[in-house]
Design a protein around this ligand. Structure first.
Ligand SMILES: [Zn+2]
Length: 325
């Protein structure tokens, strides 16, 4: 099970409490409003709440008529419930108008079910851990709408112009984000610096995050440094678990990190574990496949090339153009 930072736990706990209080306040408000409007509803509700006390009394008294008494009370409570239901149906059109509408029905926003963390709690932890990571990694998230194809030349130097190629990649990435799920493929962005790989990655990150999924995006070098510091006890946290467990992981700039045996095996572990668990990853790199083959061990490169969908970014560095605009 993943371990998270204190601040991630406390944010998730706060959010659960907020949900619970908000849902219960709404039920309270509904009751107060209808009780004022219809005294009979108030009376039935009060009697119904009283049955819980009566039940306790019967149990405590025990005696030979215990089962008969319980049965009588059960009948009474059922009658009251159905009476209340009909009244509520008539008044509001909803029999369950007084039932608290928790965000999570499974745990009623407590965060736990049968002593274990509920899925809703896990999802919050994952989301906040990824958000915290994105904040610490300094990649600004962008909108697809801000992506400008005009920066790319429409002169075909090879078979296709950089703009036409970019348009295809851009369209694919938009669709990819819109329909993102666990079944989405992993992507490999290959191309020189300044061709929009990071920008497009950050657009995907933003859109997938907005869909409520956990995304970790950052410089691969920064991530690996954190993993290493934590592994050797120089820093607290569990970046490795977040990198493996988030819904979408985006590793920027493979090849720029300081390589060691440790970083390479950590990287392999991340890539391999995510592929095995069917969690999509996007990797961008300035290196060609043959350069990757030269710089990394074959097992790592073949894991990537064998399963990731490649996109080649072509053309001239667009950064000088952006500065001009
Ligand atoms: Zn829950």
């Amino acid at each position: 099970m993943a371990k998270y930072s204190e601040s991630v736990y406390s944010r998730a706990g706060q959010e659960l409490r907020r949900r619970k209080l908000e849902a219960e306040a709404e039920t309270k408000r509904r009751k107060a409003e209808l009780f004022a409007q219809d005294p009979e509803v108030a009376a039935i509700s009060k009697q119904l709440e009283g049955t819980a006390n009566e039940y306790l009394k019967i149990i405590l008294n025990g005696g030979t008529e215990l089962h008969d008494n319980i049965e009588k009370l059960r009948k009474k409570s059922t009658e009251l419930s159905s009476k209340l239901g009909s009244k509520l149906q008539a008044l509001t059109g909803d029999r369950d108008y007084f039932k608290t509408a928790y965000t999570c029905r499974v745990c009623e926003d407590s965060g736990y079910k049968d002593g274990l963390r509920c899925k809703c709690f896990e999802a919050l932890l994952k989301q906040y851990a990824a958000e915290e990571m994105a904040e610490n990694c300094g990649i600004k998230l962008n909108d697809f709408a801000d992506f400008k194809l005009d920066y790319y030349s429409d002169a075909a130097d090879e078979n296709v112009s950089p703009r036409a190629r970019m348009k295809k990649t851009y369209d694919y990435c938009r669709k990819y984000s819109e329909g993102f799920s666990q079944n989405s493929p992993s992507l490999l962005f290959i191309g020189k610096t300044g061709l929009g790989k990071t920008f497009l990655s950050s657009c995907i990150a933003k859109e997938v995050t907005e869909k409520g999924m956990s995304v970790a995006i950052g410089q691969l070098a920064t991530f690996l440094r954190k993993v290493e510091d934590e592994h050797f006890g120089r820093a607290a946290g569990n970046t490795l678990d977040t990198l493996i467990g988030c819904d979408l992981l985006i590793l920027d700039d493979l090849g720029s990190e300081f390589q060691s045996q440790f970083t390479e095996s950590a990287l392999y572990e991340i890539i391999n574990a995510r592929l095995n668990a069917q969690r999509p990853t996007i990797i961008s790199t300035n290196q060609s496949i043959s350069e990757l083959n030269m710089n990394y061990n074959e097992r790592l490169v073949s894991r990537i090339t064998g399963s990731y969908l490649p996109f080649i970014f072509i053309g001239k560095d667009i950064r000088p153009m952006i500065r001009k605009f």
